[in-house]
Design a protein around this ligand. Structure first.
Ligand code: URA
Length: 307
């Protein structure tokens, strides 16, 4: 007689078949899930195709909280998601996220003490081109001296979905375009696998110039640069914003916390939702971040399609 374990195994087999069809060559499974797939007893209920436990995704400050390793990393070029040229595999079960009523740092209701409120006179700019024209001559912080290009942002100026990363890396600085290095290639794969067209969305960073050696941006650099992103958000007026990594997440939400504690939730203010996830560089460094990123991207896609 079939038991519950057989059903779970069938589900898992179907999920792995879809991943394989979509080009995935490896998956990360927490040890407990591997044991339950093998039919061994575990202390928690078996969820073979379910999400990796949050504890594996960094409870406090973790390597994934500091992902600036784009052009220097020596990690295998593994994808967070199936590198699909075909349809995306359906997520077996997206855990229902906690919905959090938020007051975003970039919202029009932000107080004058919030860094986004210092608009640097950009409110007179009524198009992204005008804002960019101001950004390319910006000397508001010392990063201006080391840049090859200002990496303003790219994509659909009317996008309903905006991705916000941390800062340009070496390749972005050279090309003047966000997310074109290894993290960007992985982001492309994730978007493709999820069935999201990169050309339909807008991609920007919290700071527009490359920090030396790809270090994490300093607070004064973020403060100097954030009015550009603030104006970009106001003009694009997206419905869903995905923050990639801790600096972008903390800056836009205006709250502190680890990625492990901030992700897996939908933050809502008015008609805008912010959905944080790990930076793609985290998954390049450690495959255990693939699964939570994949879960988050399913959520983002669902909310984007509703928007
Ligand atoms: N990492 C980022 O956060 N942004 C980029 O544009 C590239 C890499």
């Amino acid at each position: 007689m079939a038991n519950r374990g057989d059903g779970a195994k069938k589900l898992a087999a179907e999920y792995f078949r879809q991943l394989s069809e979509a080009g995935e060559t490896e998956v990360y499974l927490p040890p407990g899930d591997v044991r339950s797939l093998r039919g061994e007893r575990t202390s928690r209920s078996a969820s073979p195709a379910g999400p990796a436990p949050e504890s594996s995704a960094a409870a406090t400050a973790s390597p994934a909280d500091a992902p600036r390793a784009d052009s220097t990393m020596k990690t295998p070029d593994t994808a967070a998601a199936p590198s699909a040229s075909t349809a995306a595999p359906s997520a077996p079960d997206i855990p229902e996220p906690e919905i959090i009523s938020a007051k975003f740092a970039f919202s029009s209701k932000a107080t004058t003490s919030d860094m986004f409120a210092k608009s640097a006179g950009l409110e007179t700019c009524t198009t992204l081109e005008e804002v960019e024209a101001r950004a390319v001559v910006c000397q508001n912080c010392e990063l201006a001296g080391g840049r090859t290009n200002v990496v303003f942002g790219a994509g659909n100026p009317n996008a309903r979905l905006l991705f916000v990363g941390e800062a340009p890396g070496r390749d972005e600085d050279i090309q003047g375009v966000p997310f074109v290095g290894r993290s960007g290639q992985l982001l492309n794969k994730i978007l493709e696998a999820a069935g999201i067209e990169r050309d339909d969305v807008y991609i920007a960073n919290i700071i527009k110039c490359r920090p030396p050696g790809n270090r994490t941006p300093f607070t004064n650099e973020i403060e100097a640069c954030i009015p550009y992103l603030g104006r970009q958000v106001a003009l694009i007026d997206p419905r869903v914003i995905c923050t990639l990594g801790l600096p972008a997440t903390q800056t836009l939400l205006g709250i502190r916390g680890s990625m492990g504690s901030l992700r897996g939730k939908i933050y809502v203010e008015g008609n805008v939702k912010v959905i944080p996830t790990y930076h793609p560089a985290a998954a390049l460094r450690d495959p255990k971040y693939k699964r939570p990123i994949w879960d988050d991207i399913q959520l983002i896609k669902r909310e984007y399609e509703k928007a």
